[in-house]
Design a protein around this ligand. Structure first.
Ligand code: UD1
Ligand code: MG
Length: 453
């Protein structure tokens, strides 16, 4: 898509100054997450993908946290602070220095509408290349109350009328302003500087650039999208709706790319989940950020994965938890009630049941018995456990790190292993079994005699 966005330079101005009081939150609205990424992060990703080669983020006063998030997503994002909330037009004009560089295209995005796709921004930019001065994004509103209305004449946009400033007649219009806009860069600053605040709210309305452009003999047009896509987040209920819509999109994308989701509505993805061909995901699986699943792997029910890489033909779960740094080689198997953190499993390694592997390197074809625990933490530091290829760890063993089990070695069940085990050795770290013949019989006889007294 980026290549398709032709040779025109493009500045995106992302408005992230929303105060978000209806979120009832200690963190700014645009820092809340949908599918594992902040609302701001979604907006920045969409404009970048739509070909924006520079991005200006407009933040509210003292919002170093938002600025930091913007820079984390896009290191060369320019941050502008809107000190006073004087309206959407004023907010865009805050990025004056960036606008003054006269990019070919300017696109205005809101940081609280995370579902707007890159394709939509591309559609919004397109008429600028054909000479339009302004392109406004519209949608058919089920309930237009509160939105700006598009006053059209054929394909031409004559004006955008804010709900409060509209006549009864104008309020009947259902083609509404989503707020997002594209403005030709050679004229953007001129248009924005001509805005006034003579309206019912005493604000500098971005929407007035349409009328200003027309007064200069320029053309304004619209691009139309479905209402769902421009869903804005102002409270937690709207956040949940955005999450649901994003999940639906991610599930469809997964299935379209050749993944079987047995019960799609029960599987939750992150924005960056990567699934190979013929991967099968059973019901009730959650993918946190940074998961890569290679071809034909199966993720069984009730598993939770985050920051994990799953090799080809591997199996995970049911009821497995893979934490950041878990890496499963091809054909590796991780079964029920197993937690893996920062540990690599070689090809064909098996960790079937009730196990914790943290900070470990497990070789190919190792069998880790039920109930094995790597004791990786002493309250201060984390230590590594290394298990060589083909080793066999008997059930209910504790591997006290740092410790190395050599290739092909055996660890007897129930061992506490505190010293390295050489290749092909047997290590036993448990009390030796004592057998007292006839003891139970004698014990019962004695106990019964006592009871009868
Ligand atoms: C705006 C549009 C309206 C459209 C609606 C869609 C204007 C004048 N009106 O109205 O036509 O139907 O969005 O949701 O543009 N912002 C700032 N600084 C400001 C004011 C706003 O950064 O001084 C940001 C807000 O944080 C928000 C966005 O701009 O992200 C829109 O502002 P908001 O006050 O919600 O505008 P609406 O009245 O909803
Ligand atoms: Mg609004």
């Amino acid at each position: 898509m980026t290549s398709n966005a032709n040779s025109r330079s493009c500045l995106a101005v992302v408005l992230a100054a929303g105060e978000g009081s209806r979120m009832k939150s200690d963190i700014p609205k645009v820092m809340h997450q949908v599918a594992g990424r902040t609302l701001l992060g979604h907006a920045l990703a969409a404009v970048r993908q739509a070909g924006a080669d520079s991005v200006a983020v407009v933040v509210g006063p003292d919002r170093e946290d938002v600025a930091k998030e913007a820079r984390a997503a896009l290191p060369n994002a320019e941050i502008y602070t809107q000190r006073e909330r004087l309206g959407t037009g004023h907010a865009v004009l805050t990025a004056r220095d960036a606008l003054a560089r006269r990019p070919s295209d300017v696109i205005v995005a809101y940081a609280d509408t995370p579902l707007v796709t890159a394709e939509t921004f591309v559609k919004l930019r397109a008429p600028l290349a054909e000479g339009a001065a302004v392109v406004a994004l519209g949608f058919q509103a089920k309930d237009p109350t509160g939105y700006g209305r598009f006053l059209m004449s054929g394909d031409e946009l004559l004006d955008i009328r804010e709900h409060r400033d509209a006549t009864e007649e104008e309020r009947k219009i259902t083609l509404c302003n989503a707020g997002l806009m594209a403005i030709r860069g050679d004229i953007a600053l001129t248009l924005l500087e001509k805005l006034d605040n003579k309206n019912s709210q005493g604000e500098y309305y971005l929407t007035d650039v349409v009328a200003v452009a027309r007064s200069l003999g320029e053309r304004a047009v619209v691009a139309v999208v479905g209402e769902d896509e421009v869903h804005g987040v102002n409270d937690r209920a709207q956040l949940a709706i955005a999450e649901a819509m994003m999940q639906k999109r991610l599930r469809h994308a997964a299935m379209a790319s050749g993944v079987t989701l047995v019960a799609p509505e029960t599987v939750f993805f992150s924005f960056d989940t990567k699934l190979g061909r013929d991967v099968i995901v059973e019901p009730n699986v959650v993918f946190g950020r940074g998961v890569v699943v290679e071809d034909r792997a199966v993720i069984h029910s009730f598993s939770h994965l985050e920051g994990a890489t799953i090799g080809k033909d591997a199996g995970v779960g049911p009821f497995a938890r893979l934490r950041p740094g878990a890496s499963l080689g091809p054909k590796a198997k991780v079964g029920n009630f197993v937690e893996i953190k920062n540990a690599e499993l070689g090809q064909g390694a098996k960790v079937g049941h009730l196990t914790y592997l943290g900070d470990a390197t497990i070789g190919a074809d190792v069998n880790v018995g039920a109930g094995t625990i790597t004791c990786n933490y002493d309250g201060f530091g984390k230590y590594r456990t290394v298990v060589g290829e083909g080793a066999f760890i008997g059930s209910n063993s504790s591997l006290v790190a740092p410790v190395t089990i050599g290739k092909g070695a055996y660890v007897g069940s129930g061992s506490v292993i505190t010293q390295d085990v050489p290749a092909d050795a047997l290590a036993l770290g448990r009390g030796r079994q004592a057998v007292k013949e006839g003891w139970a019989q004698a014990f019962r006889a004695k106990s019964l005699a006592m009871k009868r007294k």
